[in-house]
Write a protein that binds this ligand. Structure first.
Ligand code: SAH
Ligand code: SF4
Length: 440
């Protein structure tokens, strides 16, 4: 039997798909890159924005048309929504809330060693079938307790749960031992991570002088001390919980990537309050100042929502000002769309679509300028790059620890995906860098 998984959405969804794949593989299913020849197609859905939801509605008839006999499984964020279930009931064969993974075996008539009452930690402990051989996503937790007014994640993924530090460290140690070069620690809010260590000495060998309670900075520090040549990335950080201790930990450990993704969502205090973000633009600005002071080489990226209910032109201007002051390297700018069940869905979505579009465009222009300006410091600089692959035009590419894309032109040496190489940057764009071979 053959399976194919379509993953839409965030890194956590990608990681969920890897656990789903390992479950299917251990039941003798073989992965196929072609939807057409699969016996089972799983759509791992995202419900964060209306556009992601609409993609699923388009995809289902497309898959059914090209492969009429296929068993279609729907999982991910949308599998928690009753209104979506009602709409898709007759179009999908298996409805699979991610926490019900063990039931897949009954539905597909396959064997499983998983218990039927899988709690979040047991679920995260399922060994994933890693997609890449050099970069791994490691969930350190799941769910979210923050209930930002616009966001569906706490409803889709449930309450915040974190994995024990020792379990995470041992998993990272094993993966790094296999030669992985990039470890991505993921959770909805990594900054509220906490783990209590068991009271025995052996277990403390990873933690050196740290106390019995491990926060995210402690976890990062312990992982960064593991043997091996590898980078550590993490996402997502919440400004209300990010500490100076964390910033100093990143500064002190060179294998923690110099890239901080810190979603601000808005630069206006009233909008931030209505969004239930629990910080002010001043607090955000101070965090950025601290990052720039302790890690001057860091790139800083963010998420923004334009057109939140009631956002006036003046309030939007505060976001514009924040964008100009900070000078982000990248930003994911979303036009607000109401999500069923969230508190913002009760508010009037009164910013017209064309105004949302205009605001998005305005911020994108500022972003292009700031990103280009930030990239100028790379010209002539020697940087370490992780080689990631070859694009459709046959050009090699990779990434710096600051998360900048690098085109690797005419290197004159055999490149290997998953290798670290040192290159000199000789050309820049707004969202990329390029290098020539080392000059004689
Ligand atoms: N846990 C992360 C990201 C959650 S969702 C965080 O706390 O930032 C990813 C991004 O989608 C959010 O940062 C936000 O910018 C965007 N988003 C979430 N809900 C949205 C909505 N209803 N409309 C538009 N964008 C939304
Ligand atoms: Fe959503 Fe807010 Fe939780 Fe992020 S912190 S997942 S935006 S509720």
């Amino acid at each position: 039997m053959k399976y194919h998984i379509v993953t839409i959405g965030c890194q956590m969804n990608k990681s969920d798909s890897e656990r789903l794949a390992s479950h299917l593989k251990s039941n003798n299913y073989i992965q196929t890159p072609y939807r057409k020849e699969a016996d089972v197609v799983v759509i791992n859905t995202c419900g964060v924005r209306q556009s992601a939801e609409d993609r699923v509605y388009g995809l289902i008839p497309e898959i059914k048309k090209e492969n009429p006999g296929v068993k279609l499984v729907l999982t991910g964020c949308l599998s928690e929504r009753q209104d979506v279930l009602k709409r898709l009931k007759d179009k999908v064969d298996i409805w699979l809330p991610i926490k019900d993974l063990p039931y897949l075996k009954d539905k597909l008539k396959i064997r499983s060693d998983l218990s039927k009452t899988l709690d979040s930690n047991e679920y995260l402990r399922i060994k994933p079938e890693l997609t890449s051989f050099f970069s791994a996503f490691i969930p350190i937790g799941n769910g979210c307790d923050n209930f930002c007014a616009y966001c569906v994640v706490p409803y889709a993924r449930g309450r915040e749960v974190y994995r024990p530090a020792l379990e995470i460290i041992k998993e990272v140690e094993e993966i790094v031992g296999k030669g992985y070069k990039e470890i991505n620690l993921i959770a909805q809010n990594v900054n509220s991570y906490v783990s209590v260590l068991p009271n025995n000495r052996e277990s403390h060998k990873y933690f050196h002088s740290l106390g019995p309670k491990i926060d995210f900075a402690g976890l990062l520090e312990a992982i960064s001390c593991l043997n091996g040549d590898f980078w550590i990335r993490f996402a997502t950080s919440h400004p209300k919980d990010m500490s100076n201790k964390l910033i100093k930990t990143i500064a002190a450990n060179k294998n923690i990537c110099r890239h901080i993704h810190l979603p601000v969502q808005s630069g206006d205090d009233e909008v931030l309050e209505k969004m239930n973000r629990k910080y002010s633009s001043r607090h955000y600005q101070k965090l950025i100042d601290s990052i720039k002071y302790y890690i001057p080489e860091a790139s800083i990226t963010t998420d923004i929502i334009v057109g939140f209910p009631g956002e006036t032109r003046e309030q939007f201007e505060n976001t514009v000002n924040l964008f100009q002051e900070i000078g982000f390297d990248m930003a994911y700018i979303s036009q607000y769309s109401p999500r069923p069940g969230t508190s913002a869905a009760e508010m009037k979505d009164n910013v017209p679509p064309e105004e949302k579009k205009k605001r998005e465009k305005e911020l994108t222009e500022i972003l292009r300028e700031s990103a280009y300006k930030n990239n100028q410091k790379y010209i002539g600089r020697r940087v370490k790059v992780l080689v990631e692959g070859v694009n459709k035009k046959g050009e090699w590419y990779g990434k710096t620890d600051t998360n900048k894309n690098v085109k690797l032109n005419n290197m004159g040496v055999d490149l290997q995906v998953g290798d670290f190489i040192d290159v000199t940057i000789d050309e820049i764009w707004d969202f990329g860098l390029s290098c020539c071979p080392k000059k004689p």
